[in-house]
Write a protein that binds this ligand. Sequence first.
Ligand code: ADP
Ligand code: ADP
Length: 233
Amino acid sequence: MNIITIEHIAKIYQVGSEEVHALADVSLKIDKGEYVAIMGPSGSGKSTLMNILGCLDTPTHGIYNFNGVNVSEMNDNELAKIRNKEIGFVFQTFNLLARSDALHNVELPLIYAGVPSSERKERAMEALSHVGLADRMHHKPNELSGGQRQRVAIARALVTRPSIILADEPTGNLDTKTGEDIMALFNEIYEQGNTIILVTHEEYIAEHAERILRIRDGLIEKDEQVKNRYIPK
Ligand code: ADP
Ligand code: ADP
């Protein structure tokens, strides 16, 4: 089943008197449970595509159907509802609240999603256990290593049981070994049936996915299945 169907989307920014076609004409289908990497040079349109996929922005033209719903013409309020319930975000810079402990950081999306408080703590603890941080739940980000911070961010992304996980350079701020540990965690999450879309500059990171989309000048230049996907141990 397609969780994502994109038909001929374009995103055009007006910069002074010039039009910038950040996305020129992109069509794309992603199935539930797929693991997709998006690659492309700086300025090729990756962030613009991720913002649209993540319902942070809407296309100028074309249709984006997410989980059976046409989200292309939704207003900010409607988009926010979809985001809070159905999309888990993981960023390069973790984006955790510095003054809150791991548990509170993971609980936060449940507050936005309107989950009753009685249920929140339990679900946040469960998500932290899932990423191997049950014993760190009362630590603040500055008391955690980079890899642990990213695990908290992944727990935060999973806690709402989203339909897709969007990860933007999730290993970009980590050393190679720690990056590999994080990729092993993504692999587990994928094997549990989750849909993952990952932006990366690194070919070897992209090869953890089962499919690579290569973007150039706002177009999908190549859409290929990975022949020997790298499966971390
Ligand atoms: P954003 O997602 O903020 O729009 P990019 O995805 O283009 O930005 O880039 C994220 C970071 O990676 C930036 O700091 C950028 O300078 C850097 N970067 C961009 N292109 C490359 C590349 N080909 N190789 C390595 N680093 C890159
Ligand atoms: P990438 O993530 O691959 O680096 P982006 O999606 O950030 O690419 O950018 C694609 C193109 O759109 C670039 O030419 C960029 O300068 C332009 N662009 C992105 N966001 C905006 C914006 N808010 N306003 C104007 N131009 C933008």
